[in-house]
Design a protein around this ligand. Structure first.
Ligand code: ATP
Length: 235
């Protein structure tokens, strides 16, 4: 579904991506793990067209997308939940969800998806008329993910869903991400510093260090890989 070929990206003179290659098959959950500043967020932002790729290629369903603007990339079915959530704080939960469906005109599909996300995250149903900004961090993350699901994405990009959340909430969110993937067959590319949880839900994973991919394997194998254990799992 998605192929990155020797991707390079820069912020001025700083090279954040130094030739990234990876592949994601339809229906997979792929986790990209790595330390702070490794280039994980930049990888996602390059896919969604926010940071330009200076060299290399991004293929989505075999078509190059690296020269397209972000709105055209989103219209192809690539939806990103950015780091730090960024919901609309003054809009209610329901209004935030409506914003996710803004570009859709299949009314019955939208209604169906709305019922589905409120079932996935029942707390959002309880808080449906509350302003987004008054929700807890975990609830805001659930809302941000739900808003992205409302676009009915083909590829969902999640940037550090665990950021700033209590471990028990993070675990709950990851379980729901896995459930969503299984039930909808939506492809998910997950960027995380919480390597343990990210690899537990992943079919396959990539490890990133200083702008390059250093290891790739199944989630299961990475969890027992000695280098990964030492550097990212604290074992
Ligand atoms: P984090 O978990 O902290 O978000 P990351 O792995 O996602 O880390 P990136 O945010 O992609 O890493 O950053 C990769 C490199 O690019 C780092 O060296 C970072 O300092 C640099 N960088 C990121 N954003 C900018 C920016 N807007 N301007 C300049 N340099 C940046």
């Amino acid at each position: 579904m998605l192929k990155l070929k020797d991707l390079q990206a820069f912020y001025g003179n700083i090279q954040a991506l130094k030739g990234i290659s990876l592949e994601i098959q339809e229906g997979e959950i792929i986790s990209l793990i790595g330390a702070n500043g490794a280039g994980k967020s930049t990888t996602l932002m390059t896919i969604s067209g926010i940071v330009p790729a200076r060299e290399g290629e991004i293929l989505f369903k075999d078509k190059p997308i690296n020269k397209l603007p972000p709105d055209k990339i989103a219209a192809l079915g690539i939806s990103q939940v950015p780091e730090g959530r960024r919901i609309f704080p003054y809009l209610t939960v329901m209004e935030n969800l409506d914003m996710g469906a803004f570009l859709r005109n299949d009314k019955s599909g939208v209604k169906q998806d709305l019922e589905y996300v409120l079932e996935l995250f029942p707390i959002l149903a309880e808080r449906r008329n509350q302003a987004g900004g008054t929700l807890s961090g975990g609830e805001q993350q659930m809302l941000a993910i739900s808003r992205a699901i409302m676009t009915r994405p083909k590829l969902l990009l999640l940037d550090e869903p665990s950021l700033g959340l209590a471990p028990i909430i993070t675990k709950q969110i990851f379980e729901i991400i896995k459930k969503f993937n299984k039930e909808s067959n939506t492809t998910i590319f997950l960027v995380e510093q919480n390597a343990n949880l990210a690899l537990q839900v992943a079919d396959r994973g990539y490890v990133m260090e200083n702008g390059v991919i250093t290891i790739s394997d199944t989630g299961e194998n990475l969890l027992v890989n000695e280098d990964v254990k030492k550097a990212y799992l604290g074992i």
